[in-house]
Design a protein around this ligand. Structure first.
Ligand code: GLU
Length: 500
């Protein structure tokens, strides 16, 4: 099996296209096939190398590696269409010589007028065949006089084209509704329908898996295979990914590109797993499976006729699973960029990263995305008792009966204490309980606000030792300074007494 993903580098990689790439990859990897990447950059006006580079890097980020492609080469290259213009020209000449193609001298304005007229008269808006009957002699004269024609394919009349789509079953088209497609534009660049056929054939592609927006192109492509005497691949057209209003997912709905989801703090393995579930099921009610297992189970025939709605809530649920499962050192490394973006500057060294790695246990079980980690762990960095006391939730805690006594006792108990680990913290809490007679939430809520500056957040048993471990770090470790528990309790108690 030889499969390919053939993006047009005219923008960001859309999650729907990423899903197409994934399904091709799953088929190739699950069946010992080859996965080819081809850049379809013949639309000179809209294609950019920046977009091609970004698509490659998004695919790599997702873990969808390819066996042949523009960067790695391969036996059927080049893999950028802009480097294959000679190949298309040669194939177009063959069709011209066989009488299957002809020069078209129509200007864009003429074509537009014809299209409008057809629409008004309720006829198919395809090419009306104006230049079909221009003889070879006249065509040569006009070319010699400087006109630059396009080359069009002569669609045979009165035929029915039937193909068996691996997802959608038998699909039929009458050639009467297919206007003669352009093969080579007047600027010498091939049109999509022509380049794709030449390339898929020369690259030995056995299965074309792509979005269903290309279904109506398929009969044209089948006619071209026939005219060129080439064997067509099998086709599978995937339903488009929808937005909540059941129209194709677009910018109107919010984030649509792989890059945006990456920036929002989704892990690649989560996005891959979620995209695989759109319109396909691994079976046995299992949903959370690593990419290798998805590849082992994937069957193109089992892909549904509808991809369904892109549900970011479900993606977040999948992401939460992978955040918990991931190596905390990796998550810590990924979180750094999000801390920085959210105003907590850092450039941790090995000790700084080791500290963050430890701290991940307080975050990964409770967030959906990497970008929520800074907020969850923000209590570690930056200590401002005045600002804490201004929060309504903190006020509520400190104004509860007995809270002031607990906080004063805590500050006193910590005054002579070394840095807290979990055991020492428990001993301190027991001491404060004895001294004040407060227990459970009447004890721990005031302790929490006095040490964390927040009424909610990770367990004290984890947060307190983390604060004091952080207080031991030095500036060289590359994290913002972390104020220890002793200083926190003292300054919090002071700030409270200053209020009166
Ligand atoms: N370049 C086309 C696209 O991005 C590829 C279509 C195909 O797979 O044939 O839509």
């Amino acid at each position: 099996m030889r499969l390919r993903f053939a993006p047009s580098p005219t923008g960001q990689l859309h999650v729907g296209n990423a899903r197409t790439a994934l399904f091709n990859w799953l088929l190739a990897r699950g069946g010992g096939g080859t996965f080819v990447l081809r850049i379809e950059d013949t639309d000179v006006e809209r294609s950019t190398t920046a977009s091609a580079d970004a698509i490659l890097s998004d695919l790599r980020w997702l873990g969808l590696d390819w066996d042949e492609g523009p960067d790695v080469g391969g036996p059927h290259g080049p893999y950028r269409q802009s480097e294959r213009l000679e190949i298309y020209a040669a194939h177009a000449r063959r069709l011209m010589e066989a009488g299957e193609a002809y020069y078209c001298f129509c200007s864009p304005e003429q074509l537009e007028t014809a299209r409008r007229r057809a629409l008004i008269e309720g006829r198919p808006a395809g090419y009306p065949g104006t230049c079909r009957s221009i003889g070879a002699r006249e065509a040569e004269e006009r070319r010699a006089a400087g006109e630059r024609p396009a080359i069009r394919f002569r669609v045979p009349e009165g035929r029915e084209i039937v193909f068996h789509d691996l997802v959608r079953g038998a699909i039929r088209f009458e050639t009467a509704v297919i206007g003669d497609p352009v093969l080579i534009r007047s600027d010498g660049h091939p049109a999509y329908n022509f380049a794709v056929v030449v390339d898929d054939a020369l690259m030995g592609i056995t299965h074309v898996v792509r979005g269903e927006d290309h279904i109506s192109n398929t009969p044209r492509q089948l006619l071209l295979y026939e005219a060129l005497g080439l064997k067509p691949p099998r086709f599978a057209h995937l339903a488009l990914v929808m937005g909540p209003d059941h129209t194709p997912l677009s910018k109107r709905h919010g984030a649509t590109s792989v890059a945006e989801f990456r920036r929002r703090g989704y892990l690649p393995e989560a996005l891959v797993n979620y995209l695989a579930l759109l319109g396909w099921s691994p079976g046995d009610d299992e949903e959370l499976l690593p990419i290798g297992e998805l590849a082992r189970r994937f069957r193109i025939e089992a892909v549904g006729h509808s991809a369904g709605v892109f549900d970011e809530g479900k993606l977040a649920w999948v992401n939460r699973h992978y955040l918990k499962a991931a190596d905390p050192a990796r998550i810590a490394g990924l979180a750094v960029a999000h801390f920085r973006e959210q105003g907590i500057p850092m450039a941790p060294d090995a000790a700084g990263l080791a500290f963050l790695t430890q701290a991940m246990a307080m975050a990964t079980g409770s967030v959906d995305r990497l970008d929520q980690i800074p907020r969850r762990l923000g209590f570690l960095f930056g200590w401002d008792p005045g600002a804490a006391l201004a929060q309504p939730a903190v006020r509520e805690v400190v104004e509860a009966p007995g809270a002031r006594e607990v906080i004063a006792a805590l500050a006193g108990a910590l005054a002579g204490e070394p840095r807290l680990d979990r055991e020492r913290f428990r001993a301190v809490a027991a001491h404060v309980r004895q001294q004040t007679g407060r227990k459970a939430s009447a004890l721990f809520h005031p302790i929490r606000v006095a040490l964390m500056g927040e009424a909610e957040g990770p367990e004290l048993d984890l947060a307190v030792p983390a604060i004091d471990a952080g207080a031991e770090l030095t500036a060289a470790d590359g994290l913002p300074p972390i104020v220890g528990c002793r200083e926190r309790a003292r300054t919090f108690a002071e700030a409270m007494s200053n209020e009166h």
